[in-house]
Design a protein around this ligand. Structure first.
Ligand code: SAH
Ligand code: DHB
Ligand code: MG
Length: 238
């Protein structure tokens, strides 16, 4: 047994080693996905994309959902975008929203390299500006929505997502646990700050109060540490 896989190893090392074990066995290498991560790193983007086994989960959920239309908030280099878009049937469409023009440029190249330029529409700008545009254009409803942008705005993103949903829409929200920091309204997060934590908490409170959705959240560990995601089904009044 190597140091990394020993039960004596530090938790983060073991979580990373187990993610590697799962990914080696169950997540086949796809050149366009590996290339997206490599190009994002080379361009200096932060290494915060979903992990390969999480990306595969997004793709599996999109297929279980039978999603033909997907909306993503927070593109970064397009890694999760490519996982989700690859899960669409022929003729499916994905709209992804990104605030940073420099990130969007990298994402566009990665998406084109994956052969998905015709499937994916990338809109540049703060999502609280591009979401109302989508509503005005009658762009919805989407079958699946992945919320993964700036966490301080999660409450607003949830409201706009509902406007772009139908009964049966699946909303997935990333990064809702943050090392357990969400228990403390005054907690700081190394990258999201206290505003991020407060945004996640207000998002949970909205889920609790919203009768049009049924939701849960799951804590996860892995190569990105201890975090989690929320799953929200629109349309069944509880
Ligand atoms: N979904 C990506 C990771 C996204 S990281 C993946 O898993 O591969 C979060 C992204 O949200 C970053 O690219 C960041 O620039 C973007 N973002 C931050 N604030 C935003 C805003 N107001 N509107 C849209 N995107 C935003
Ligand atoms: C951050 C954002 C993410 O979407 C993520 O999965 C991990 C970290 C961040 O902004 O630090
Ligand atoms: Mg995320």
């Amino acid at each position: 047994m190597s140091d990394e896989t020993s039960t004596e190893a530090a938790p983060q090392q073991r979580w990373t080693a187990v993610d590697r074990y799962i990914t080696d066995l169950l997540v086949p290498e796809v050149q366009a996905l590996d290339a997206a991560i490599a190009a994002s790193a080379a361009a200096g983007l932060p290494p915060i994309a979903v992990t390969p086994n999480q990306g595969k989960l997004l793709g599996l959920l999109a297929r279980v959902q039978g999603a033909r239309t997907i909306l993503e908030l927070g593109t970064l280099g397009g890694y999760s975008t490519i996982w989700l878009a690859r899960a669409l049937p022929a003729g499916g469409r994905l709209v992804t929203l990104e605030a940073q023009a420099e990130y969007a440029e990298i994402a566009r190249a990665n998406i084109a390299h994956a052969g998905l330029a015709e499937t994916v529409e990338l809109r540049v700008g703060p999502a609280l500006q591009t979401l109302p545009q989508l509503v005005n254009e009658g762009a919805g409803p989407f079958d699946l929505i992945f919320i993964d942008a700036d966490k301080k705005n999660n409450p607003g993103y949830f409201d706009w997502s509902l406007k772009l949903s139908r009964p049966g829409t699946l909303i997935i929200t990333d990064n809702v646990i943050r090392d357990g920091a969400i228990l403390d309204p005054d907690a700081d997060d190394p990258t999201l700050g206290n505003e991020g934590i407060r945004g996640i908490r207000r998002f949970f409170e909205k889920l609790a109060a919203e009768r049009r959705v049924s939701a849960t959240a799951i804590q996860t560990v892995g190569s990105k540490g201890y975090d989690g995601f929320a799953l929200i089904l629109v349309g069944d009044e509880e």
